[in-house]
Design a protein. Structure first.
Length: 262
């Protein structure tokens, strides 16, 4: 794991965006794994500014969303299909036909989930997976006790996750109880992952993910098994890391050939 501690939330988005940009520059038809929620918004804004400036082109890239609510209409403004279109596809100039979101409305959820994993594999796998982390340590919507081997499937949202996501809905009771999410095994198959976390509410989850034991109680800790995971956190989210001086030292002394900033 590479841990990058930055000043604030805006810097976290900017630095993580550099990582994604470097993948798309190297491979214009890259396959991106797309998270929703607040954490990656700075990444998408930073990438969109570079698209606007003519420095980056996502028109040949494709994308797979991490998750989708189950039991919410497709055109609901908070369905992840709507959020991905609004926050990612349109601002980045992606081809909507190349971007998929799990089908939370499928008659047969199990078949739809299996087909989603098959589609990712058929696309050659995810080149870079963007992630946030929940306050309870979830990545995707793999809530605590999710299997590290899990594939895309239906999950019940933890009460804390529903409460955290209530800010996106007019009424907390409207937050769906279920979702379809890439599994931890699906996420671990991505060639590279970049996770961003900002704010003190994430500090405990970040510490568990990076320095805690491998444990299904902190699903993010599964990333310790990934060969190429970059964790970009602001000072507040890094507050409970015991080796933060070491992470700063490592990043400051990165050899030029390993740097992703230009
Ligand atoms: C989003 C997702 C979740 C969020 C997490 C953090 O697609 O899968 O894991 O990344 O709940 O949410 P925010 O970023 O809103 O704090």
């Amino acid at each position: 794991m590479e841990i990058v501690i930055v000043r604030d939330a805006a810097e976290a988005g900017r630095v993580a965006a550099l990582k994604i940009a470097s993948v798309v520059e190297r491979k214009p038809d890259a396959v991106l794994g797309l998270a929703t929620g607040s954490s990656p918004l700075g990444i998408y804004e930073s990438l969109a500014a570079r698209v606007e400036a003519g420095e980056l082109d996502f028109s040949r890239a494709s994308g797979f969303a991490l998750d989708e609510y189950v039991g919410i209409p497709l055109d609901h403004p908070e369905s992840y299909a709507s959020v991905i279109r609004r926050d990612v596809v349109e601002p980045l100039g992606m081809d909507p036909a190349r971007v998929r979101v799990p089908d939370g409305r499928a008659d047969d959820i199990e078949v739809a989930a299996a087909e989603y994993d098959e589609a990712i594999a058929a696309a050659g796998g995810i080149d870079i997976q963007i992630l946030g982390i929940g306050a309870n340590g979830h990545i995707g919507f793999n809530e605590p006790t999710s299997s590290f081997a899990s594939r895309t499937r239906i999950k019940t949202l933890a009460p804390q996750t529903r409460a955290d996501n209530a800010r996106f809905f007019d009424d907390p009771s409207q937050v769906p109880t279920h979702c379809m999410t890439q599994g931890l095994g699906t996420i671990l198959d991505a060639h590279e992952v970049v996770l961003v976390a900002q704010g003190s509410a994430k500090a405990s989850a970040v510490a568990g993910m990076v320095e805690g034991p491998l444990s299904a109680m902190c699903p993010g800790s599964a990333l310790q098994l990934h060969q190429h995971a970059t964790i970009v956190v602001d000072e507040e989210a890094a507050a409970l890391l015991t080796l933060s001086d070491y992470y700063r030292y490592t990043y400051a002394n990165k050899p030029v050939w390993q740097r992703f900033e230009h």
